[in-house]
Design a protein around this ligand. Structure first.
Ligand SMILES: Cc1cc2nc3c(=O)[nH]c(=O)nc-3n(C[C@H](O)[C@H](O)[C@H](O)COP(=O)(O)OP(=O)(O)OC[C@H]3O[C@@H](n4cnc5c(N)ncnc54)[C@H](O)[C@@H]3O)c2cc1C
Length: 440
């Protein structure tokens, strides 16, 4: 019997943009319990630098659609791409209403461009777009009386039976095990960067939901589709790699080899630029190449990229005066728990949204600045799908109570060891999937 049992209407796992936006769709009469592994601000959503895409006007639809498909090697789910693009303006308007301070000039929104985009269609706030969006969502969530946020609370397993989810089993801040009974559960646990030694992600993002889903035969999709970001600041220190946003290349920054010469078109899709860098590193026999921001005006650097400027300065590089060493690193997870366009997984009453989910919108490779947008669009759709359901029956809650009573906390302790097992399990599943794709 676990130490504690909590009941809620909707359990949301993860306090990134996807989890928070889903929570904000739920009206006051329904209770949301949002749990998160560390502090609420520790999500990749806070790290997003470049921006968020939007359909500027209908004349850009075809071009935006084609750019997304081309970057995704035409493996994208066309319906998901259409849904994301068609919903983008509404989502941005909602963010503006919530007070997200996207860059504007004379009252008009500014649009920037990144690799593989054939037109400027990305909204931004300096080089801290993710923080601007997610801190605003978090602030709103904290003000809602129907949303409870529990930090340092980690999902360890699903409370489920016969392919139906009744909530989750969690490790609480004091290390005790509790059960959360929920009519619906949304997994929004982000990416898998914590499984890699070189990644731009927070180290605690280890794909826990994937391991848990796999345990209960919930369908996964494309889990070997992992994006490497071409440009992170080269460092020999351990820990998260600092991203040098693609938008610096959109604004004119160039890649240089050891002889100080350009060696590729910097605005190709990420995977193509990454390959070109790896090849150049081999030719130069160096663990990095250089990125020069010197073609960008100093005032643009200071205004548009203050965080990158400051961070590089702290690492000993003045980007307004000299090129910086950069190296590719794990960045984004295109695969995940298989979902449909409403965020539904293969298990009843279980949803997945954001980076941990996969409806095929990104295909084999994500187009820059599509992920924040995708997270918000499909998080909203999942929440609305939940709201359209009938209330669960008395039998549903009786089963949930029964399942919770049967939980044996010792099976989940020590939780750290269990999490290590999960990590190994996810890495093995990725390898297995990779092998399958190679033989196809
Ligand atoms: C450096 C960087 C720059 C980026 N730049 C951009 C950009 O410019 N534009 C763009 O569109 N995208 C960008 N991205 C990608 C984008 O930020 C993410 O894809 C997106 O924010 C994912 O949101 P999410 O809500 O799914 O996950 P996250 O924001 O990562 O949130 C995941 C949450 O789940 C919690 N969690 C994980 N496991 C558990 C568990 N077992 N129990 C409880 N809680 C758990 C975490 O603590 C966290 O709160 C960038 C990513 C990085 C790393």
């Amino acid at each position: 019997m676990p130490n504690q049992s909590i009941q809620t209407d909707i359990l949301i796992v993860g306090s990134g943009a996807a989890g928070l936006f889903a929570a904000l769709q739920i009206p006051a009469e329904k209770h949301v319990l949002l749990i998160t592994k560390k502090e609420a601000e520790q999500s990749d959503s806070f790290l997003a630098q470049g921006g968020i895409c939007v359909l500027r006007d209908l004349s850009d639809y075809e071009s935006y659609y084609q750019d997304t498909l081309k970057a995704g090697h035409y493996e994208n789910n066309p319906a998901a791409v259409h849904t994301m693009i068609a919903s983008s303006r509404t989502i941005i308007n909602q963010l503006l209403t919530l007070g997200v301070p996207f860059a504007q000039e004379n009252g008009t929104l500014c649009y920037t461009r990144e690799g593989a985009h054939s037109a400027p269609r990305i909204l931004y706030h300096q080089d801290q777009t993710g923080k601007a969006i997610t801190s605003c969502l978090l602030e709103q969530a904290k003000q809602r009386s129907n949303i409870t946020i529990l930090e340092h609370t980690t999902l360890l397993d699903l409370l489920c039976q016969q392919n139906c989810c009744y909530g989750g089993i969690v490790q609480q801040a004091d290390d005790t095990i509790a059960t959360i009974l929920a009519a619906n559960t949304i997994l929004a646990t982000g990416g898998i960067g914590g499984l890699y030694s070189h990644s731009t992600n927070f180290a605690h993002l280890t794909g826990d939901s994937l391991a848990i889903a796999q345990r209960h035969q919930v369908a996964l999709k494309n889990i070997d589709y992992i994006q490497i970001h071409p440009t992170t600041l080269y460092s020999q220190k351990p820990g998260r790699r600092f991203l040098i946003s693609e938008s610096v290349r959109g604004e004119g920054a160039v890649l240089l080899n050891a002889a100080g010469e350009r060696f590729t078109d910097e605005l190709q899709p990420r995977d193509v630029v990454t390959q070109a860098i790896y090849q150049q590193m081999e030719l130069d026999c160096k663990p990095y190449v250089h990125l020069s921001l010197l073609p960008i005006k100093k005032e643009t650097i200071l205004q548009h990229f203050p965080t990158i400027y400051q961070h590089c300065l702290e690492e000993g590089y003045d980007i307004t005066k000299e090129p910086i060493p950069i190296v590719p690193a794990q960045h984004y997870f295109m695969g995940g728990i298989q979902i449909d366009l409403e965020g539904r997984t293969s298990m009843q009453h279980l949803y997945a949204v954001g980076e941990t989910a996969c409806n095929g919108v990104h295909g084999a490779n994500r187009l820059a600045s599509n992920s924040l947008l995708e997270s918000l669009v499909f998080a909203q759709r999942a929440a609305l799908d939940i709201l359209a359901q009938n209330e669960p029956s008395a039998l549903f809650w009786q089963t949930a109570v029964q399942l919770a009573a049967n939980v044996q906390p010792n099976r989940y302790l020590p939780a750290q060891a269990l999490q290590q097992t999960y990590q190994q399990q996810v890495l093995e599943a990725i390898q297995l999937e990779k092998g399958k794709h190679q033989h196809e």
